[in-house]
Design a protein around this ligand. Structure first.
Ligand SMILES: Cc1cc2nc3c(=O)[nH]c(=O)nc-3n(C[C@H](O)[C@H](O)[C@H](O)COP(=O)(O)OP(=O)(O)OC[C@H]3O[C@@H](n4cnc5c(N)ncnc54)[C@H](O)[C@@H]3O)c2cc1C
Length: 387
């Protein structure tokens, strides 16, 4: 039997992970939090934040050491996203999308492809995006129309991908395209496209409710020609790779949602202790205390789900598909409810841009939509439970 001593290590971050959290939080508080409102207001990609993350090595901690990265475990990568999202959800998409874009290559790419594209990501020279969705193929991603045709030593891509996070800022794009029409998901392959490849272009930025500092655009392929060795894995394996990637990255969206919820909670707790009505701090009212208790409880439950899913990803355990979707859905629903309650606890002030909770409430919404809407993720979970 394990005794109740301080060396009981389950349900606790390692010392290294605790130190990582402290360092990322310091950077986030010093360099990112003061910029968050402005990033939201202007809708400009925060190059200064990107540079600060690169200098500190927090822009893509997941890249393995053999390709010049930190080789951080999946839970550490979540901690980075969570702590940045706690102050600025837009900025947290820098590490989150770098992982999303490059994970297909890490999972299924050839050694040569990894050696080509991962070192510039690790050094901060290049960012990476992920292009699965199309206007007419969102939840039903396998019905995509973008085509790739082999032409000697090249692949030629034609079509348009929609809703691509960090488009125009990233240099590299992992793109899923149909190579064998009529074969459904088994006729889809994955490719890595560079922004300078001929026939590649980026459309205008979407005008959005939140995460305004992360550009979302269409990307176009007009006879876009890339070397044959930029295929990720074998032809026909692209959709499988795309879904396996989401197993690893949905939990990172869970971490983003968790960070947004924690940020709004911390703001609300600070405010209710100061704000006085009826001659006392509003934190002294039981009706307010019950709200705070529920918010804190949901955040803790979300954190346990996200961290357990990350640990499962790291250990390559079965059951990751369910855990990752569960973490994403629960954490994003938590982010939405906690941020709405945080605005409520600020009263009229919460409805203004004088405090960050209104931005956090707007930013929270996307976590219920991308990387599979929460309905689609519930379908994924049910399929796992019923198989
Ligand atoms: C800001 C932003 C950033 C994004 N970033 C990326 C990115 O980097 N890369 C990328 O590839 N994609 C990205 N996306 C796309 C995103 O993943 C899709 O928007 C999402 O998967 C939903 O697809 P859709 O928008 O076509 O909605 P639809 O599929 O049209 O869904 C509309 C509604 O119908 C529901 N629905 C659909 N099918 C079912 C069903 N079978 N059962 C129950 N309900 C259903 C949905 O849950 C949703 O509520 C991004 C989107 C946004 C808004």
């Amino acid at each position: 039997m394990a005794s109740a001593t301080s060396d009981f290590d389950q349900y606790r971050l390692t010392e290294e992970q605790q130190l990582l959290r402290k360092s990322v939080r310091e950077l986030a508080e010093d360099r990112i939090a003061p910029r968050a409102a402005e990033i939201d207001e202007t809708g400009e990609f925060p190059y200064d934040v990107r540079d600060a993350l690169v200098r500190a090595g927090f822009h893509a901690v997941h890249v393995p050491e053999e390709y010049g990265g930190m080789g951080a475990d999946a839970l550490s990568a979540c901690i980075v996203v969570e702590e940045v999202a706690r102050v600025c959800a837009s900025s947290s998409l820098i590490p989150a999308v770098n992982k999303l874009g490059s994970q297909p290559v890490i999972l299924s790419g050839s050694e040569e492809l990894k050696a080509q594209v991962l070192p510039p990501l690790a050094s901060g020279e290049a960012m990476f995006s992920y292009a699965l969705s199309e206007r007419e193929a969102g939840s039903d991603a396998a019905s995509m129309r973008t085509r790739a045709v082999r032409d000697g030593e090249h692949w030629v891509l034609n079509g348009t991908k929609a809703w691509i996070s960090n488009a125009g800022v990233s240099s590299w794009y992992t793109v899923m395209a149909v190579t064998e029409p009529g074969k459904g998901p088994k006729g889809i392959s994955a490719f890595v496209v560079h922004q300078d490849d001929p026939g590649f272009s980026v459309g205008p930025k979407e005008r959005k409710l939140g995460i305004k500092g992360s550009p979302t655009c269409e990307i176009h392929f007009e006879d876009c020609t890339i070397p044959a060795d930029r295929i990720v894995g074998e032809p026909g394996t692209g959709f499988k790779t795309a879904l396996r990637t989401l197993d690893h990255t949905r939990l990172a969206i869970g971490a983003q949602a968790l960070g947004i919820a924690q940020g709004a909670f911390d703001q609300a707790v600070g405010y209710i202790k100061e704000r006085r009505q009826f001659g006392q701090a509003i934190a002294d009212f039981q009706g307010v205390q019950f709200m705070v208790a529920d918010m804190g409880m949901r955040i803790e439950a979300a954190r346990q789900l996200v961290y357990a899913a990350a640990a499962r990803a790291e250990r390559e355990e079965p059951g990751l598909t369910f855990s990752s979707s569960a973490a994403k859905v629960f954490a994003s629903d938590t982010a939405m409810s906690v941020t709405v309650d945080a605005v409520q606890l600020f009263g009229g002030a919460g409805f203004t841009k004088d405090f960050p909770v209104e931005r956090m409430m707007r930013d929270a919404k996307i976590t219920q939509i991308y990387e599979g809407t929460n309905q689609i993720n519930r379908m994924v979970m049910a399929r796992q439970l019923l198989k």
